[in-house]
Design a protein around this ligand. Sequence first.
Ligand SMILES: [Zn+2]
Length: 645
Amino acid sequence: MIKMRSLLFLLFVIPNIIFGQHNYESHFEHCNKAEHAEHYQDLLKDASREDDANIDLVHYEFRWYVDPAVYQLSGSAAVTFKPEVEDLTQFMLELGKDMQIDSIISEGGSKAFTRVGDFQVNIFNENGMKKDQLYTFTIYYHGEPASGGLGSFIKDNHSGVPVIWTLSEPFGARDWWPCKNGLTDKIDSIDVIITTPSAYKAASNGVLVNEVANADTTTTFHWQHRYAIAPYLVAIAVTNYERYTDMVPLSDGTQLPMINYVYPENLNDAKAGTAALVNVLTYYDSLFVTYPFHAEKYGHAQFGWGGGMEHQTMSFVINYGFTLLAHELAHQWFGDMVTCGSWEDIWLNEGFATYLEGLSRRRIQGRASFRSWQTSKINSVVSQAGGSVKVNDPTNISRIFSGRLSYNKGSYLLHMLRWVLGDEAFFAGLRAYINDRQYDFGTTESLKFHLEQAGQKDLTGFFNDWYSGEGYPKYNILWEPTEKGVIIQALQETSHPSVDFFEMPLPLQFIGEGKDTTITIQHLYSGQVFEVDGPSWADSLVFDPELWIISANNNVKKTVISKTIESQLNVSVFPNPTEDLLSIRAESGFSFQVFDVHGKQIVKGQETSTQSQINTSDWVPGIYSIKLKGVNGKTTVKSFAKVGN
Ligand SMILES: [Zn+2]
């Protein structure tokens, strides 16, 4: 989904130069790969707990009468399910109390039900139902649906013609049909049968298998969808649509119909917009896995809500702008085929769709368009000091759909993962994730697992900093050309106390004598010094020239730093990061004190020789600093990372 208003605040901050780096190398080591895989399966199980866990949804057949001139819905929903337990005598669905239930029928008999609170409907079956057998209950109902959330069921008009559409994300399906309103029990398939006055056409998910003109000047549209679908992605829209089809060549050699239901007054705009999307669909199809619903269709239905919504196989859109269409299309992979397993993880839908907007702009419109996309995302993220990609209040709709955090920071989290892992591992990891979770739900943990496997790299620190942690880094890069190359000192502050340091590889572009070269340094702690052979000819340095990293208020300064470094005690502390043994080598005997990030002293000691070793095996992974004083009176402070073992 995307709301157009959220695009407005993109053009504010100008990031000077950007740096970043932190610690994606901490805890993973505590478990071996098999344990890690098991842990991952447990987390998926946790995510699948939801409302009525006693039934597994199999099929819905909806029969609705909709006249867009009348704010009303009437008809039936026949739900087929399998009990997950033996001898089930009652189950629960949700339906808003504004919808009157006329009767509930199963196996030819009327069934008792009770209504509790605003949504809960308890349905009874006197004879216990058997585990894993199929049962169908048809709920006959009608009413004027309450329009919660973003407008679950809306009556509006365009050029004086009435239109009704639905938009259930995140919690609105229950406003207009009896459902399980969670995220992890997808319905295996649906039939949507809509009757409307013959002046109108009805759009929905899947394939239009039948369209029948009835004797009473109504028309019945039968849409059939044979892929698993999350309840919030079931949708209808009814008005005087014009229809046309674009054909899209897929990577498997087949042609996919892209079927468009558009307002007649916008037909020309629509045709130009959807024609431009053909290349984007072909591109996504080649990038991940083939278009997820390729046996059916992709399509658009126009509506009046201020943006777009990725209803499965039929995105609803207000207009035909390139970025909007590219965003909703991306959701067919990330947000429909794989939906987020909890609203806490909405970035798995929105961060991805926003990132694919960027990728499609890069691919179709070129570098400058991508650059402006990058700048707008970074500026949005750094416009406030805090805020995490992880949704800290999954009941709050405006937090779930925060443009700054779920969309923009989420999309850049992906871009930074690509930077950290490299293109090959990044895309391989995404393909493994989507293949693993296809037609089901994903979690941040499942994505992390597949990226770690593909990149052979622990990403715990990365996700702690960039997913659950808040804020972003600010860099101060000091540098000085030497005879052999350059000395660089990289300092970092963070914008929010939840993250003490972002460990990131930092790209530095050196420019001079009509040439340039870009070097990547692995930034493990603030104040880290790097001696790099090579660009002694450089007279300027650009931090993060390709905008790989979210950062702001950076500074780059060419200055004399070798003297500062020389006046300090000449000492090496290694390896960094360290697992169980830290070595110190100095020019003289020395004393030392080690502090954790909170400034608490962990250990101290004295060494008369020029070398020492400290056992760090029991230490908590993290960043430590060591203060050293030589017998010659010189002092220095160094930081190092301790990782697990
Ligand atoms: Zn979206």
